[in-house]
Design a protein around this ligand. Structure first.
Ligand SMILES: NCc1[nH]cc(CCC(=O)O)c1CC(=O)O
Length: 308
């Protein structure tokens, strides 16, 4: 039973997208627990303080979540709201992903200055993305384009596009939707080709492993289907033994007890990409995800997925 309790302090990153996502999670929490009193505390992770270093160099897992988890563990906050995509494959000791609140559109979206689709961009067009996965995929699909690094939050990236620094940018559809930029999307990229990053589009809440009361409460706003999909994608990521620096994609859907899992792995040079797709019964999905990780590393001759 959950009785009246202390007010819940909720940690969030400060970006507009993070704030919008935190509001979404809090709205669900208040529905499930009307007597809740919540206080939002903004925490600024290293990945947000440094706005210029390319993410491929800033590197390391958890650049966007480490400080939030420190705040959880030292008791400054009780919950932290994240894009599941930004969570490291192994959460810090004592922290659990207690709820996957919602999974929205997991696809990547192309926003081009003149509305062109990916196939219609002129040769040499500059496409901004800071993700190795998106860079490798652009290279695979349109080797004649020029992928370029881009940093900053969604609004900054759109501004850089509009002022002519890029001809197109690739962003998560969900981020654009949550900020009201649907109408800027020139093309939704198929998840069969542009296999999304593990957890893309999913909204997660972490809390202290020992906080049983909050864990039970968060269980009420957990979407079990989205949670299973995310768990399978993250099992693939964990089995690779790597982080966000290798081109990695994993996208699971659950339908009638069957899990369809699409995975993607690239070598560090971004020149080679391997993909697989399997359909397995729910109970076998985690094992299948781990087996695919071994299979793909073998196919690429990679022992460990290197993190610079
Ligand atoms: N890498 C940054 C990041 N982390 C989560 C999102 C969007 C929301 C999501 O995918 O859940 C984004 C922006 C983007 O990739 O365009």
């Amino acid at each position: 039973m959950i009785g009246p309790r202390r007010s819940v302090r909720v940690g969030t990153r400060g970006s507009q997208l993070a704030r919008a996502q935190t509001e979404l999670a809090l709205a669900r929490l208040r529905e499930a627990w009307p007597e809740a009193s919540t206080e939002v505390i903004v925490i600024t992770p290293a990945g947000d303080r440094d706005k210029t270093t390319p993410l491929t160099i800033l590197g390391g897992q958890g650049v966007f979540s480490k400080e939030l988890h420190e705040a959880l563990l030292d008791g400054r906050v009780d919950l932290a709201v994240h894009s599941v995509k930004d969570l490291p494959s192994e959460l810090p000791e004592g922290v659990v992903l207690a709820a996957v609140v919602i999974r929205s559109d997991p696809r990547d979206a192309l926003v081009s200055r003149d509305g062109s689709r990916l196939a219609e961009l002129p040769p040499g067009a500059r496409v901004g993305t800071s993700s190795r996965r998106r860079q490798a995929l652009i290279r695979a699909v349109r080797p004649d384009l020029t992928p370029l690094d881009i940093r900053g939050n969604v609004d900054t990236r759109l501004r850089k596009l509009d002022q002519g620094d890029y001809d197109a940018v690739v962003l998560a559809a969900t981020g654009l939707h949550r900020l009201g930029w649907e109408d800027r999307v020139s093309e939704y990229l198929s998840p069969d080709v542009f296999v999304p990053a593990p957890g893309q589009g999913a909204l997660g809440v972490t809390c202290r492993a020992g906080d049983q009361e909050l864990r039970e409460l968060l269980g009420r706003i957990h979407d079990a289907i989205a949670g299973l999909a995310v768990e399978v994608e993250r099992a693939f990521l964990r089995a690779l033994g790597g982080g966000c620096q290798a081109p990695i994609g994993a996208y699971a859907t659950v339908d009638d007890g069957q899990v369809t899992l699409r995975v993607l792995l690239g070598d560090p040079s971004l020149r080679r990409l391997e993909r697989r797709q399997v359909i397995v019964p729910e109970e076998q999905a985690l094992g299948a995800a781990r087996a695919l990780a071994v299979d793909l590393k073998g196919a690429l001759g990679i022992e460990e997925v290197v993190r610079p």
